[in-house]
Design a protein around this ligand. Structure first.
Ligand SMILES: [Zn+2]
Length: 404
């Protein structure tokens, strides 16, 4: 090999060798740099993964909350729509602690040209008891000269919110109004029982829930009209007409067995009724009012503490005939505080004396009912209205005859 070539080769070799040495170092450097970069990359990846896992859970929770909110909104929209179509009285029941109901029929029927009688409403605060009827605001105008539907609103304020019930007043022509009532049955019930819980001393004052249900279903199916007490009074006084197919439903005493088993039946069939409540503590009246408040039950007075049997030989069952007029008035005023109204009154044991009748009249009651068996007729004394006693174990046919 010529030297030059060898030199050159050596040179190359040398260079190659030198180059090899440098590359080794560079490689090592590069490798360590690479390692550092990879480590950094790994750290970044790890960090990203950590951030990701930290985000997944809250993200999931957020998604769940969102889904929940969407479902809730959809559902509440649905409920709102349902509520709007439901009757006003039922709406008022869902709105909170104040239950407001209309006295008399939800749709009040007025013969063209008759005066409009304002039946009013009642309201119960389920925490505090009855709200006095004078505190219920009434809005709406009825032109009884022009047939058609009118709206009357009953408003109770509860702090910032308003609870409202709405009545439709339907003014009808003579032809539309049809037959007028010649007499009005005021049905008198007492207590309701179920087959599972038969009372020990079962008498005619007790009615089986199933039988009451059949009767109330009949009233609903046959579209009976339920005049309010003020309407009944105006009719008795000859001021207005009432449709022939009508009935007033009352339950005496406010016993738990009516409240618990009877009220659901009234609600089911949309029958407004009056519960004549014995208002004193011994009957636990305030608690019962709050617990069983219903837009279908108007609690009226059956006295505060006069519904007690006398121990004296007076010829009367109860203590009322022994009481002085001022004692009677004080008792009636106390009862009014409990029920918040004085539209109707039921005499304890159906017993009445002149003093008692005078006191009831002076307290401003529209109607007072006895236990005398009859239908109410025009021209009757509004402070002594008879009733139709419903015999608990009577036949359905005989009951039907009593309402027609
Ligand atoms: Zn009674």
């Amino acid at each position: 090999m010529p030297r030059k070539v060898r030199d050159e080769m050596d040179d190359r070799n040398f260079h190659v060798n030198e180059g090899d040495v440098m590359t080794e170092e560079a490689r090592r450097k590069a490798a360590s740099e690479n390692l550092a970069r990879r480590r950094q990359e790994l750290r970044k990846q790890k960090k990203r993964r950590r951030v990701a896992t930290r985000l997944i859970l809250p993200g999931l929770i957020l998604a769940l909350i969102l889904m929940f909110v969407i479902v809730r909104t959809l559902r509440s929209n649905h409920t709102e729509r349902n509520e709007k179509t439901a009757e006003a009285v039922e709406k008022s029941k869902t709105e909170g602690e104040i239950i407001i109901g209309l006295k008399g029929s939800q749709v009040q029927l007025v013969l063209k040209g008759d005066p409009y009688i304002e039946n009013g409403a009642f309201a119960i605060d389920t925490e505090n008891g009855a709200i006095d009827q004078d505190e219920i605001k009434i809005k709406g105008k009825v032109d009884t000269e022009t047939p058609g539907d009118y709206e009357v609103k009953y408003i109770v304020r509860d702090g910032w919110s308003k609870i409202t019930a709405t009545r439709t007043v339907r003014v009808l022509s003579k032809k539309e109004f049809g037959d007028k009532a010649k007499d009005v049955p005021v049905l008198m019930y007492h207590w309701v029982y179920t087959k599972k819980k038969v009372p020990k001393e079962l008498d005619a004052n007790w009615i089986l829930k199933k039988d009451l249900d059949k009767q109330m279903a009949y009233l609903e199916e046959n579209e009976f009209y339920y005049p309010g007490w003020k309407e009944l009074r105006a009719w008795v006084d000859g001021e207005i007409s009432i449709p022939a197919k009508c009935v007033v439903v009352t339950f005496d005493d406010g016993k738990k067995e009516f409240l618990k088993y009877g009220i659901p039946v009234l609600e089911k069939h949309h029958v407004p009724a009056t519960s004549f409540m014995i208002c004193w503590e011994d009957n636990d009246a305030l608690r019962k009012l709050k617990k069983y408040a219903s837009p279908y039950v108007d609690f009226e007075s059956h006295t505060y503490a006069m519904h007690q049997k006398t121990t004296n030989n007076t010829g009367y069952k109860g203590v009322a005939p022994e009481m002085k007029p001022e004692e009677i008035s004080a008792d009636l005023a106390k009862a009014r505080e409990v029920v918040g109204t004085n539209d109707a009154f039921a005499y304890p044991y159906g017993e009445l004396t002149d003093d008692l009748v005078d006191a009831v009249r002076n307290q401003g009651f529209q109607c007072a009912v006895t236990t005398e068996y009859d239908r109410v007729r025009q021209g009757a004394d509004p402070m002594k209205l008879p009733r139709v006693r419903v015999i608990g174990d009577g036949s359905f046919e005989s009951w039907k005859a009593s309402v027609y």
